[in-house]
Design a protein around this ligand. Structure first.
Ligand code: HEM
Length: 168
């Protein structure tokens, strides 16, 4: 078993669970509840307190996504899908969508003035971010479901491969 590959896969999946789950919770639970239950002043101070903590999680998840994603692609999946342009095209599109997700996440969690226009319309942009993140996950599942074109020690034994006669 390749321990490093396993750790990278955990890092990728845990980042997805934490970051995407957090976006859905903030947009569809926390924001409407805080708006309904808190005064403007209390809402603002809660927002400032949350942003500082959420920023650390966003930065850590982006780093883990990039390190584990490139490791996964360059060291493993690229070799399993040689001569399969569809896989590599999906990877390219997924990477561009992920960059858009990272940019929006950085703008929404920043406390600086350069991205204040986006934060002023946070409800809309968080919904866009959640939609794009779901598209990235859907694309990842399609990539994962594509058949391998090159043999690998890690490839599971399928019913078809188990029935093929062994060469002597
Ligand atoms: C918004 C950011 C991202 C999300 C939510 C995301 C989510 C996921 C998920 C859920 C999987 C399936 C994991 C598994 O079953 O093992 C996956 C696989 C993968 N991801 Fe990401 N990912 C993101 C960003 C990236 C980035 C930036 C890269 C590349 C630099 C990347 C490269 C990959 C690769 C190569 C796979 C394996 C696909 C396969 O099984 O063939 N991901 N991703």
């Amino acid at each position: 078993m390749d321990i490093l590959a396993l750790i990278m896969r955990w890092a990728h999946i845990l980042s997805a669970v934490t970051a995407v789950g957090g976006v859905f919770f903030i947009r569809f639970v926390l924001m409407p509840s805080a708006q309904a239950a808190l005064s403007q002043e209390a809402h603002e101070s809660l927002r400032a307190a949350i942003l500082k903590r959420w920023q650390h999680i966003v930065h850590t998840c982006i780093l883990l996504f990039l390190v584990s994603g490139f490791y996964n692609y360059l060291m493993i999946t690229r070799h399993l899908h040689e001569d399969q342009p569809l896989y590599h095209m999906l990877f390219g599109i997924k990477f561009l969508l992920a960059l858009a997700v990272f940019t929006l996440a950085l703008m929404l969690s920043s406390t600086r003035s350069w991205s204040s226009a986006v934060r002023a319309n946070a409800r809309f942009w968080l919904a866009v971010l959640a939609f794009l993140a779901v598209a990235v996950i859907a694309m990842s599942s399609v990539m994962r479901a594509l058949p391998h074109t090159s043999p690998s020690d890690e490839a599971p034994v399928t019913a078809q491969s188990a029935q093929q006669p062994q060469e002597v």
